[in-house]
Design a protein around this ligand. Sequence first.
Ligand SMILES: [Zn+2]
Ligand SMILES: [Zn+2]
Length: 312
Amino acid sequence: MQRAAKEIRKQGQMGIERPLEPPKNGLLVPDLVPVAYEVLDQWKELVRGLKQLLNFVPIYGCRYCSEVHVGLVGHQIPDCLGSGNGQRRSLHSWVRGSINDVLLPIESYHVFDPFGRRIKHEHRFDYDRIPAIVELCIQAGVDIPEYPSRRRTQPIRMMGKKVIDHGGHVEDPQPYRSREEDSMALLSELDTFGPPTADCPPETDRQRLAERTLKAYSSVRRGLRLLMRKYTVKCCGYCSEVHVGPFGHDVKLCGAFKHQWRDGPAPNYVWHVRDPVGPPLTAALKRFYGKAPAVVEMCVQAAPPSRRPTAQ
Ligand SMILES: [Zn+2]
Ligand SMILES: [Zn+2]
């Protein structure tokens, strides 16, 4: 890795142009365009499905720590480490949660031209904040008119670490939320902040809905892995900031973009409840319990016990 960086610098000093392949040269990877469309479709399906499943399976979050519980009653395992809680290692203090506790929200700035100017701290409000997954899909080829993206026909050229030709500067359009009063309507399809869906599906649809949602979850994860082999997504090791695109940004949040995302966001693990209508999980039996990603646990509990879907 370091040797490669040194080599790039040396060639730059010698005036040798860097050979770049898509998407590093600013052009789309044609094979990944349909993958990006599929990821976005399945992501919407996943968000929609979870909002509906919330009508059947409650989510609890702890008031004092980040523990999440999926099930009718919160568990009674005394492992709360929250500082606001009277004594350490006490019972969690459960409050009703939302799908944000199941799919932890990860947002990034939407950039019109990832190879254009870096985002400056004082200009950070000129950019929309959207789920990082959606931003990745846009940069990989999905056209969402509300969040336009510069599509190049000519590759950018680099010498060493310097861009020598990026096709001239094109002014960034105004952020969508300042152009449009109703930007929340679109966002509620794309992000996890909306309320649970009021139109509760009939009881008979529960299993189909759980299966579809679980399938969407697997498809999103699979597609993300494919996209992230080629597209750069940097995540901070210290906070939840994620940046999609070849360069970081200059917004002072905590500012440490260290790691390339490889498998997408890490799932949030919760205790698996074997009998959803049984008594709460207790410390005495803790060693017999297992954990599952919260999304999977939600789908498993939503399906009637006879034919539960299995995670792929
Ligand atoms: Zn807690
Ligand atoms: Zn950070």
